[in-house]
Ligand binder design. Sequence first.
Ligand code: PLP
Length: 407
Amino acid sequence: MSEKPSTTATDELLAIAAELDDSALLGVYKPSGPVFASGHGSRLTAEDGRSYLDFAAGIGVNALGYGDDGVAEALAVGVATGLLHTSNLYRTRPAAVLAAELVRLSFADKVFFCNSGGEANEGAIKFARRWAREQGGPAKHEIVALRGAFHGRLMGTLATTDRRAYQEPFEPLMPGVRFIEVGDAAAARAAISAERTAAILAEPVQGEGGIHPLPAEYARLLRHLADEAGALLVFDEVQCGLGRTGRLFAHEHLGVTPDMMTLAKPLAGGLPMGAVLLTERVAAAIHPGDHGTTFGGGPLVARVALEVLHRLSAPEFLAEVRWKGERVRRALETLSARHAAVTAVRGLGLMWGIELDRPVAPIIAAALGEGLLIISAGPNVIRLLPPLAIEPAELDAGLAILAEVLA
Ligand code: PLP
């Protein structure tokens, strides 16, 4: 029998070579640049000691930044219980309390926990189909999605993600998805039908698609058409939810309430967690055995998520996000007025897109060189998703670097 590896053995393995060799990682990503070793607040430090201001926040995950004391404390207490996982065959307290908190803070009556945004949307699609089958039989299974949407890369969510390049190598996709152009009322009326449509799936602010807030009027139309067709309205708030837009949920800006909503990215402070929030009406159609996932709502992640949710939902915290968001808006409007290459700035809260008349990859590389991490949302859009807890001075410092590299 081999001995249990000690922490020392793990440390030795991590330190084995001075140069990082990542050739054993499957090449689905193209990571490059610094090797990050630690983080504090809104800054990351690389192995060579260089510090970077982070306006990507792990693609919208690290809302409280790095090294947050509350998250560390929740994690330490969770670890000390010894219960990292028990399975959903047994009851534990954190998931039940977290679900009750999400219900208290939202339109929902029930919550299903899983491990990622894609998995949450996959669950929402299944729940919609399950519910719709009881309303209209197997024919009522279609999902209406929006052009520009990104809902994940699993087999169901890939079919609802509007990127041909992502879809094409994996065809045949899940059938029964119709795409409509955002803002096109006639297309929505034609696509949504009482006989066929189970659900309409939409991001209140499209993230990967280039930071496009859904027009409130169009959201109201989708709500109306869903009701008329006896279909569900599902909001994907994986990227725009949980305080990112300055409201706990992005759909609060729209004045439209969904029947289901998916969450993930920032929910458990960097640990993997997704959630589907459902109204009682939908939940009533879901029965034991209909769905499941081994790790969903484990006691450790749920305990950390409870801390994160408590912090992100505080009205003072959300007011600060809105205030910082206005600061970003003003800075980006100035930037846009100064640089002809900027063709549009869009966003709200701390979720912004800066569209250029050219590819943004060289600008992202230049910003990295100046110690600022930014990302893209499509080839021509720079995306800013700083930690929600970022200090105003750091926000200004990052915006100053951005102005410099754009110049
Ligand atoms: N939905 C939205 C709106 C997203 O932005 C993403 C990821 O970027 C996903 C779903 C998929 O989430 P995950 O990568 O956790 O599967």
